[in-house]
Design a protein around this ligand. Structure first.
Ligand code: NAD
Ligand code: TYD
Length: 377
């Protein structure tokens, strides 16, 4: 029996990780610990909420005493830590909240875990603190890849073939941290604390850095769900700057599978990059999304391209992210399961089929926040 806390389980990626673990490991007790901020939504987990191996606990990760008590009451031996403030635009407006949650919250979990695990006869034996981070901590790469952006690569290609196709202009596990936004600075700081707890106290930690995720249940302030919803309602699509920034996109269930693999088989104190070699310029991915929404809604493909509205660029907008995940592929045999075309089709279809989920989020407070975001630009 394993007792595992997944923090941020009511959010986008966390809900996929909780679902995977609850369904795949009936012998584990899975505790979803979440404060339910604006980004947390228990509707993301309706299908697992009645499972006997699942429990939800509403808690702030900054509440040291409450978490220390939970560790003791539930005999926690594994922590998968996803809870965070996660939106770059919000971090630009309100950096303090990001430092509090991402830095102090992570430190609070680490210290409570340390005190509890060190009090046990077996100490750190069989324990694991797995911290989920982002590629954004590495900073930004040059806008253009030396050979231009390679076409999305077949996941069946060997890592040597991928290496040959992609060259070396990528974030590696050894790339020096160089965060630019308050979000990535706070995530970088939390990563350092996690590694410090291994190096100083011997805590069995693992850190992974993943590229941009897309898929069902993502809060519609992020590019893909926001744009799908706006296209549906024929609202403007605010493209920052010239739309030339590059992001590397991974289907969220592939990230959740990587987390499962690494939690169980990753080496303590190691870092693994997670990504699917799938770079897109924003404007290109936006066109794919528009065409897909139009087609699935029975509109003429491309009919909504005129919703594209170029707006003032994001402050400090990172040019390009691109993850080299060959270490994870070679050492643990993980690889992405979906080609991007398949993933984006599934994703658009999901949002169009779950209009009620979207409407519940995009009414009320969200609407006010979203309007103020753009009024002040
Ligand atoms: P999200 O914003 O959708 O969800 C975050 C969750 O954390 C929410 O359920 C929220 O209620 C909870 N939370 C926030 N503050 C909390 C607090 N103080 N105490 C307890 N719970 C709190 O985020 P996401 O996109 O699912 O990202 C999850 C993690 O993965 C984050 O750590 C993020 O940095 C990382 N990550 C995200 C991406 C991406 O593309 N979304 C890529 C790589 C890494
Ligand atoms: P986002 O989904 O916020 O993820 P991140 O900033 O963590 O990469 O944004 C993805 C890209 O899309 C990023 O380059 C910013 C851009 N973007 C827009 O052009 N318009 C938008 O309304 C949003 C939300 C993002």
């Amino acid at each position: 029996m394993k007792n595992i806390v997944i923090t941020g389980g009511a959010g986008f990626i966390g809900s996929h990780v909780v679902r995977l673990f609850v369904n795949k490991y009936p012998e584990y007790n899975i505790i979803n610990l979440d404060k339910l901020t604006y980004a947390g939504n228990l509707a993301n987990l309706k299908d697992v909420e009645d499972k006997p191996n699942y429990k939800f606990v509403k808690m702030d990760i900054c509440d040291f005493d409450a978490f220390y008590q939970l560790m003791q009451d539930e005999h926690i031996d594994g922590i998968i830590h996803l809870a965070a403030e996660s939106h770059v635009d919000r971090s630009i407006k309100d950096p303090f909240t990001f430092a509090r949650t991402n830095v102090m919250g992570t430190l609070s979990l680490l210290q409570a875990a340390k005190l509890y695990w060190e009090s046990l006869p077996e100490k750190y034996e069989g324990k694991r603190f797995y911290h989920i981070s982002t590629d954004e901590v590495y900073g930004a790469l040059e806008m253009t890849h030396p050979e231009g952006i390679p076409a999305p690569f077949s996941t069946k290609a060997s890592s040597e073939q991928q290496h040959e196709a992609y060259g070396e202009d990528f974030f590696l596990e050894t790339t020096k941290y160089n965060p630019h936004s308050p979000y990535s600075a706070a995530k970088a700081s939390s990563d350092h604390f996690v590694r410090a707890y291994h190096d100083t106290y011997g805590m069995p930690t693992i850190v992974t850095n993943c590229s941009n995720n897309y898929g069902p249940y993502q809060f519609p302030e992020k590019l893909i769900p926001l744009f799908i919803n706006n296209i549906r309602h024929r609202k403007p699509l605010p493209v920052y700057g010239k739309g030339e920034n590059v992001r590397d996109w991974l289907y969220v269930e592939d990230h959740a599978r990587a987390i499962d693999t690494i939690f169980h088989r990753g080496k303590v104190a190691e870092t693994y990059n997670i990504g699917g070699f799938n770079e897109w310029k924003n404007i290109d991915i936006i066109k794919v999304v528009i065409n897909t929404v139009d087609r699935l809604l029975g509109r003429k493909e491309g009919e909504d391209l005129d919703l594209i509205t170029y707006v003032t660029d994001r402050l400090g907008h990172d040019a390009r992210y691109a993850i080299d995940s060959r270490k994870l592929q070679a050492e643990l045999g993980w690889e992405p399961s979906l080609q991007f075309e398949e993933g984006i089709e599934k994703t658009v279809r999901w949002y169009l089929d779950h209009q009620e989920w979207m409407d519940n989020i995009t009414s009320g407070e969200y609407e006010k926040y979203y309007e103020s975001m753009y009024a002040n630009r």
